[in-house]
Design a protein around this ligand. Structure first.
Ligand code: ZN
Length: 416
């Protein structure tokens, strides 16, 4: 139950564009965060009906507030509630019915849970309410959806946005100023909360593997005493992609490392080993394009309105800085692969590039590391082992040292 520093929190609010009522705001304040046992408990879900009317029902141990809104392209319905403990049957949400294709659920921020429904076509929310427990029946959240046309759907989305904007988001707090001159390394464990990332055949989630790995890496980098570390998340909370970039830039990061694990569908064969990706407009190969598309999908998964995403790469003045950033990113990728070679199996083509949205900081050299494939037996074995995680984190920490040794020496030589 760690309390997050204010900037991260404020940024999350601004970027998610979530308009929780005062209750959720109060729940996020440090003094009033309830103990986990006191969160409402969701125990079961049911889907009923067909394409003409679809009903979603969720059993709860008490009544909760809810806020429903829809998003376009792709058609999604988002249901925000105060933090809920989901104890739903395994595979809940994987298969849809009627107007609901599938749904996901989880934490989007401390104090706030979310369900995101992928829709088969435009819908109108006919009813959305929670009934109190009565006569031995649990409290129930009920959602009734009926089909509508695209035009009405879009009009409704626009109306919601207008309403949402009438309430100004809390002002983002200034980034923490530090007198510490040591370079800041931003570690970005992918996914989190409602967005599980890829899933291994043994049920293990990418979001958990990469968070554990990032924490080990942080420990090693900090141990050297030469660098500071910032993590874009330290718990099982969702962070939008643009938010991750913003957190790193606002804090003045000198290097950004996003950490992920890949999954290759069986029909596409087998692949193994770690890959380091950098940003490029045109993908280095079709596989790199697939990986970027999947990683960029995180915001869709979590119900972020893509229209609200600020364009971090706008402006021609950034061009020059961006070219230098690209060069530095590639230099770090090369050092990383060089050091990883000793401890970690690498993909046969270990440095590749594509349009990863999380690598778009124009002024922070950034790479995305896919540690391995959870779809590959050997990789999964390695990913699951403490020894492998420690050795690989050692190699990445060493590469960070190599990179800064070269760059800081260069800076000093240039200044003299
Ligand atoms: Zn990922």
């Amino acid at each position: 139950m760690g309390w997050k520093p204010m900037p991260v929190q404020a940024v999350r609010w601004a970027f998610l564009g979530v308009f929780f009522a005062a209750t959720a705001l109060a729940a996020a304040a440090p003094a009033t965060v309830p103990v986990p046992d006191s969160y409402p408990l969701a125990t079961d879900v049911r889907l009923g009906g067909d394409g003409a009317q679809t009903r979603f029902v969720m059993d709860l141990d008490r009544k909760i507030d809810l806020h429903v809104f829809t998003l376009a392209d792709p058609y999604r319905l988002v249901l925000d509630t105060p933090q809920v403990t989901f104890q739903l049957p395994p595979h809940a949400g994987e298969n849809g019915r009627g107007l609901i294709k599938a749904f996901r659920f989880g934490l989007v921020m401390p104090g706030g849970s979310r369900m995101v429904f992928d829709l088969t076509k435009p819908v109108r929310v006919d009813k959305a309410f929670v009934v109190n427990a009565a006569a031995g029946e649990p409290a129930r959240l009920v959602l009734d959806l009926v089909p509508t046309d695209r035009e009405s759907y879009l009009r409704n989305v626009a109306l919601q946005e207008k309403f949402a904007r009438s309430e100004p988001p809390p002002a983002a707090a200034p980034p923490p100023l530090s007198g510490d001159p040591r370079p800041l390394v931003a570690l970005d464990p992918g996914h989190g909360g409602i967005d599980t990332g890829t899933k291994a055949p043994n049920g293990e989630c990418e979001k958990d593997i990469v968070l554990d790995f990032a924490k080990r890496l942080r420990e090693r980098i900090e141990k050297s005493g030469k660098y500071r570390v910032l993590m874009t998340r330290t718990d099982d909370t969702f962070v939008p992609l643009a938010d991750r970039v913003h957190i790193a830039r606002a804090a003045g990061a000198a290097l950004f490392i996003s950490i992920h694990a890949d999954f290759l569908p069986r029909r596409e064969g087998d692949a193994e080993g770690a890959t380091v990706y950098t940003l490029s407009d045109t993908p280095s190969d079709p596989q790199a394009a697939r990986v970027a598309e999947e990683e960029n999908h995180a915001d869709v998964i979590a119900g972020v309105n893509l229209k609200d995403e600020p364009d971090d790469v706008a402006g021609i003045l950034l061009d020059l800085a961006q070219r230098e950033t690209k060069t530095f990113s590639l230099q770090f990728a090369q050092k990383l692969v060089g050091d990883l070679k000793a401890t970690t199996r690498l993909h046969k083509d270990p440095i590749r590039s594509a349009g990863f949205r999380v690598l778009r900081a124009p002024d922070v050299p950034s790479v995305l590391v896919e540690l391995g494939y959870v779809s590959n037996k050997h990789d999964l074995q390695a990913l699951d082992s403490d020894g492998w995680r420690d050795r690989t984190a050692d190699s990445i920490a060493a590469a960070i040292g190599d990179y800064f040794a070269t760059h800081l020496a260069g800076t000093r030589a240039g200044a003299n």
